[in-house]
Write a protein that binds this ligand. Structure first.
Ligand code: DHB
Length: 314
């Protein structure tokens, strides 16, 4: 028997596989397609104080190796989430992490406080890295002092697991990880989407209504791995690896470079049961490799002279 449990802050996940925010709705859309209780956890679509319509179309574009999106944080708002979605989530035996997005620090605090009064939420993932909104989003997440301040304020409001979702669209992501760890964050999610663009050559116009959007999927996996590796060298708090994970080997790569858990995002749009398949695959990998605990894989990359030389560049 393999022990697949991993710990993120106060949260014990039954396995290291979560579904990423914005790729699994509020956990109820896929209830008839997949046994969500076999996941380590569900991260909700970003919740804001007021409902948001999101950006005008076109807001999703396929690329050869992933997708570009500019949804603009469309969501039903925190109150409706509490009334209409949380009752179902409460019935689950998997971890429920509420993702929060906001355009001011006060709004982050208000939404977290509203959710904090409710039963059934195990932790929070703070989206300071949406590339598709004018206020908040990257204007917070690309500013290290602001990201630290948001963490400091939110830490005072909850003892539950607090995760900051970091953007790769900065020079040194590890500085951000360091800053939020210093302010008491329990973990970081690494990485959010990479800013990208696509052009319709017949119309000579950007394909997305907002011109640029967030690139996800296999195209960004090597970037994400390098960022997780960089962050793992500089902070002690757990890292949740995310970026282009499509299969079990992809997930194991993230664990080996230092992620304690992983999130499955774009793969859910192809197959909503991808996360469950990957969770089973990690267990099978451990059995084949005679590894008794998944946590033994975390950062277990074989070290070599080349590796330590490269680490010194980071
Ligand atoms: C959106 C939010 C994100 O954090 C992201 O990476 C991409 C898109 C959005 O809702 O637009």
């Amino acid at each position: 028997m393999v022990n697949t449990q991993v710990h993120i802050g106060t949260l014990a996940l039954k396995n290291p596989v979560l579904v990423a925010s914005g790729t699994f709705g509020y956990g109820d859309d896929c209830r008839d397609l997949v046994d969500v209780n076999e996941l380590g956890g569900i991260i909700t679509k970003s919740l804001s104080l007021k409902p948001r319509e999101g950006n005008p179309p076109t807001r999703i574009v396929e690329t050869p190796s992933g997708m570009l999106n500019s949804i603009g944080l469309a969501n039903i708002g925190a109150q409706k989430f509490i009334e209409e979605k949380l009752p179902f989530l409460r019935t689950l035996s998997t971890a429920v992490v509420a993702n929060i997005a906001a355009s001011t620090i006060e709004e982050y605090c208000t939404v977290l406080s509203m959710l904090e009064e409710q039963e059934g939420i195990d932790g929070y993932e703070i989206n300071v890295s949406c590339p598709n909104v004018k206020e908040g989003g990257l204007s917070f997440g690309a500013n290290c002092k602001m990201t630290a301040e948001i963490t400091r304020r939110l830490r005072k409001l909850t003892k539950k697991t607090l995760i900051l979702k970091l953007t790769p669209n900065v020079t040194h992501i590890s500085e951000f990880a360091h800053a939020v760890a210093d302010e008491g964050a329990d973990a970081v999610s690494v990485i959010n989407t990479v800013i990208g663009m696509a052009v319709d050559v017949r119309k000579r116009k950007p394909k997305l209504s907002t011109v640029t959007g967030g690139l996800s999927g296999p195209a960004i996996k090597p970037i994400a791995l390098a960022k997780v590796y960089e962050v793992a060298q500089s902070v002690k708090i757990p890292i949740i690896g995310i970026g282009g994970i499509m299969n079990v080997d992809d997930a194991i790569e993230f664990l080996l470079v230092g992620a304690t858990a992983v999130q499955i995002g774009t793969a859910n749009f192809i197959d909503p049961s991808a996360g469950v398949t990957i969770a089973h695959g990690i267990q099978a990998y451990c059995e084949q490799q005679h590894i008794s605990e998944v946590s033994q894989l975390v950062g277990a990359l074989q070290s070599s002279k080349e590796l330590s030389a490269i680490s010194s560049w980071l």
